[in-house]
Unconditional design. Sequence first.
Length: 245
Amino acid sequence: MSGIKGKVVVITGASSGIGEATALLLAERGAKVVLGARGLGRLVALADRITDVGGKVAFAGTDVRRRDDVAALVKLASERFGKVDVLVNNAGIGPISPLDELQVEDWEDMIDINIKGVLYGIAAALPVFRSQGFGHFVNTASTAAFRVVPNMAVYAGTKMAVRAISEGLRLEADGKLRVTIISPGFTRTNFADSMTDPGVKAQIVASMESMAIPPDAIARAIAFAIEQPADVDVGEIVVRPTAQA
Ligand SMILES: NC(=O)c1ccc[n+]([C@@H]2O[C@H](COP(=O)([O-])OP(=O)(O)OC[C@H]3O[C@@H](n4cnc5c(N)ncnc54)[C@H](OP(=O)(O)O)[C@@H]3O)[C@@H](O)[C@H]2O)c1
């Protein structure tokens, strides 16, 4: 099956930014979208926007730190729409800081959400994809997965892990499942809200204000990967502002 129309797409971190833009774009193009995030109010508002224009949508409060929540989200998609074509493992945070500050709780949160959240997504969807005989993982990494800069050691580590796990998954899929890694550069979202270090946050916000691209630019890359024919796996896409070094 190629194209987007009729595909059932589960998206984590769908309540804002890249996840929200992806949900809107895919729903507009005929996908049935299943949205997960912790912010239920924002999910309700987004689901209303999608249904108001004739889209098909389901949603559930989902904390990707909880394996059961992620499993329930994937189950909701199967039960409501009868199959799962794509899981977009998009939820992520970036409370970056110098290692010397020992913000160990932030390190743990990044590991729990950015790495373990993706693994819980794989654990939830892989058996479904195997029994269906088809399925597509789209995992969100970052340009930080290619280039480490000061303050981003742990964040970059989590995103490198996403790339490594995704490539391992692709190889183990025996040519039966598709795996795509999407690596955004500076994108205008609520991402800086997750930053706890005021100085680092101010620097990132300034960079975002000067050059960030809209989240729809990343959504279009995700749509491109999804719409390819079943025998075409778009392995990896990096989408960054033209002005980003
Ligand atoms: N913006 C950038 O410049 C940039 C660059 C490279 C990579 N990325 C990556 O892009 C992805 C999306 O981020 P964004 O830029 O769109 O930022 P965003 O606007 O802050 O969106 C992050 C999403 O993740 C959700 N989320 C956070 N913690 C969660 C949890 N424990 N369980 C479930 N959902 C959770 C948030 O919803 P709730 O708070 O409601 O749960 C929100 O929907 C992330 O993986 C991020 O690392 C972003």
